[in-house]
Design a binder for this molecule. Structure first.
Ligand code: FAD
Ligand code: UDP
Length: 368
């Protein structure tokens, strides 16, 4: 029987450990250097208010992949939840992604009608148009509209988030939040959306609850002396190789979590502040599970450069030079038998949870 080590008890590591333990009936040791499981989807119940807090930022599970949804549904019930985010634009609370409702919140009715008609005639109702594509449209009205959206929603948010302008980052990043020619105010349109009814940490605990799985927290991979036949590593690939080709760039965040002495702080779970302040968004956590309390908990999100030892890596910064550097590490990894890199850091990809799970299913299919 093969001995398996999974490094990192986030969603990627936990699911792989479960598949190996349950479907291959092999022993798995899973470690994490944090004191808790669940990686960046870790949540906890605040003792004073009983509100579940997403410690590392707002996490909404959403997917079109039934296999992924059904798999997680074996370990959790769901609070069916659609995120309806707002952004403060010129002091007004507006729906985002920017959509046909937003048009009427931002412009006078006659002006909004002109834009609405042009958008529908040009792109079709229900279409999603990335802002950088919309900016290429030379029609006078649509050009005015795209510049407005770019200036008021994307430019300063992206500068805060990445330290770069939208056109300086991988276009797939801003394409995550396209202009949506629709009255659908939801942030995501996936078929399956929800929040684990007892929280993400409980869901991961259930995934790890298998007699073949041994969990060890507070331990770094570099302190593991035991030998394993297979090692699945969901930490940063550049760190694994001791940065021998140089450091991969990442973006980090700082969360200022506050208890506020009023029932509700804002009108929805997430409010973005593209233009004002140094933070990008405020999350109000009680909305996710519709929890009742006289108080509320918010977290204010400040983007930061990643500094090793000081903060966490949250986002890989994808550009041609970081991709080239990542490929060097990947080649190095391929030379080592029984070593697999997984997850957002191991694959160096801006994965949502569902894509991270799809990649784990793929890898498991290969090793099986
Ligand atoms: P991680 O959760 O990062 O887990 C890696 C684990 O490995 C960590 O626990 C780490 O401590 C451990 N580790 C690393 N190195 C070592 C080592 N050397 N030794 C021991 N342990 C180690 N996705 C969605 O689908 N919906 C959302 O709404 C959403 N919102 C997000 C909001 C924010 C602010 C962020 C940053 C991400 C969001 N995501 C969202 C993405 C989601 O967080 C990731 O897809 C998911 O957490 C990736 O899981 P993972 O297991 O690959 O990595
Ligand atoms: N974005 C923006 N303004 C917004 C929301 C998003 O400019 O109000 C851009 C920004 O570049 C951001 C990207 O779209 O990094 C992706 O946003 P998303 O909400 O998906 O970010 P995440 O939740 O992954 O941090």
């Amino acid at each position: 029987m093969k001995k398996n080590l999974v490094v990192g008890a986030g969603i990627s590591g936990a699911i792989l450990a479960n598949l190996i333990a349950s479907e291959l009936n092999e022993k798995v040791t899973i470690i994490d250097r944090r004191k808790n499981i669940a990686g960046n989807i870790f949540d906890y119940k605040d003792k004073n208010t009983n509100i579940t807090v997403h410690k590392y930022g707002p996490h909404i599970f959403h997917t079109n992949n039934k296999k992924v949804w059904d798999y997680l549904s074996k370990f959790t019930k769901w609070n069916y939840f659609f995120l309806k985010s707002n952004a403060v634009i010129e002091g007004n609370i507006c729906s985002i992604p920017f959509n046909l409702t937003t048009l009427y919140q931002v412009f006078s009715k006659p002006q909004a009608q002109i834009f609405e008609e042009k958008l529908i005639n040009t792109y079709g109702y229900g279409t999603k148009v990335p802002i950088l594509k919309l900016k290429e449209n030379s029609d006078k009205d649509l050009n005015f509209l795209s510049s407005y959206i770019y200036e008021h929603m994307f430019k300063n948010y992206t500068i805060k988030q990445w330290g770069l302008k939208p056109e300086e980052i991988d276009p797939t990043v801003t394409e995550r939040v396209p202009v949506y020619i629709s009255c659908d105010n939801r942030y995501f349109q996936d078929k399956y959306q929800g929040i684990p009814a007892k929280g993400y940490t409980k869901m991961i605990e259930n995934i790890l609850n298998h007699p073949n799985i041994e969990l060890k927290l507070n331990i770094d991979f570099k302190n593991i002396k035991e030998k394993f036949d297979r090692v699945f590593y969901s930490g940063a690939i550049d760190e694994y190789f001791d940065y021998k080709y140089g450091e991969l760039p990442y973006r980090s965040l700082e969360f200022d979590i506050q208890t506020i002495d009023k029932e509700y702080y804002q009108k929805s779970a997430v409010t973005n502040y593209p233009n004002n302040y140094d933070f990008t968004r405020i999350t109000e956590h009680k909305y996710f599970l519709d929890e009742k309390s006289e108080k509320t908990i918010i977290s204010i999100e400040y983007p930061k450069p990643f500094e090793s030892g000081k903060n966490e890596r949250y986002y890989p910064i994808s550009n041609p030079s970081s991709q080239e550097l990542y490929n060097k590490y990947k080649k190095e990894a391929e030379k080592i038998n029984g070593l697999y890199f997984i997850g957002r850091l191991g694959d160096y990809k801006y994965f949502n949870m569902d894509l991270a799970i799809e990649k784990i299913f793929e890898l498991f299919g290969e090793i099986k």
